[in-house]
Design a protein around this ligand. Structure first.
Ligand code: ADP
Ligand code: MG
Length: 272
């Protein structure tokens, strides 16, 4: 295994994010993010709510356009890479309309659209790929259910199956463990490890720090910018986590013993 941060020579990073800034009006979601994500590894993206994880995924997908900075996927611009089917995406639950009238099989078949041309007529090879992907996520018996009728963990597995059916070289998963049962979590972790061992690039955001050592080869701590990128054990050190989760401000003020300063910092955070 290559040490974190050191890419094998002659292998370009699968995802190259350079100095990306994304603003939503007054809010600066990403404030100069630079990040290289290597293939053949699982990279964990860790950060508190609002730290910019989903925005970073959307910038990599090309669905959010950076104000400044660039993203390259295997050397290609994000929108083109997405159209080529290079990037598979498992959105966070909040970004999906679960009432949409599609079956689990339909969701997985969406991973094949890029290969079906304008007619979107599924051929035998597409049906076979969908069946195999459903098998791998252990949802074969649920293929005809409406997607919203599944449990949280099953829904996530359905979207992972979409990425598998797509045969995407790069997989982005936004909080796949949120609201997920242990069995689904274990299945997803195992699949992501298999996909990385197969040479794919897996970037997965999570605030489930317990899952991180089993899941990821390396970790990125995000708070509007990259605070840390390296080995998982080092990422999980209390000083690094405190920084990423915004606790160091509080610690400093407690050390100083100044309740007034601390309250002021809380107020400022609360009104941000
Ligand atoms: P995370 O996924 O880490 O929770 P997000 O990328 O969703 O972070 O959000 C980063 C910041 O951008 C937050 O302050 C959030 O409120 C804001 N934000 C995200 N999406 C939008 C949007 N569509 N419009 C306005 N603000 C947004
Ligand atoms: Mg998010």
């Amino acid at each position: 295994m290559t040490p974190a941060n050191q890419l094998p020579a002659n292998q370009p990073p699968a995802i190259e994010v350079s100095d990306v800034v994304v603003r939503y009006g007054e809010v600066v979601a990403l404030d100069g993010v630079s990040l290289s994500v290597a293939s053949g590894r699982v990279t964990g993206l860790v950060g508190m709510n609002g730290s910019g994880k989903s925005t970073l995924f959307k910038a990599i997908m090309g669905t959010v356009r950076p104000d400044t900075g660039t993203v390259l996927i295997d050397g290609t611009a994000p929108v083109a890479a997405r159209k080529q089917g290079l990037v598979g995406y498992v959105p966070q639950s909040e970004d999906v309309d679960w009432a949409f009238p599609v079956s689990v099989r339909d969701v997985v078949m969406m991973g094949r659209y890029g290969r079906q041309g304008l007619t979107r007529r599924a051929r035998h090879v597409d049906h076979a790929a969908v069946a195999e992907a459903l098998e791998r996520v252990e949802l074969t018996g649920y293929a005809d259910r409406q997607i919203g009728q599944l449990s949280g963990g099953q829904r996530k597995r359905a979207f992972v199956a979409r990425g598998i059916a797509q045969d995407a070289r790069i997989l982005l998963l936004d909080e796949p463990f949120a609201g997920v049962d242990k069995r689904s979590e274990a299945t997803i972790v195992r699949l992501l490890r298999e996909l990385a061992d197969d040479g794919r690039t897996v970037l997965v955001s999570t605030h489930d720090l317990h899952a991180l050592p089993r899941l990821a080869d390396e970790a990125v701590l995000l708070l509007h910018r990259v605070l840390f990128h390296g080995g998982v054990a080092e990422a999980l050190r209390p000083d690094n986590l405190a920084h990423a989760f915004g606790l160091d401000v509080l610690d400093r003020d407690l050390d100083r013993g100044s309740d007034r300063d601390r309250d002021r910092d809380f107020d400022r955070e609360g009104s941000a």
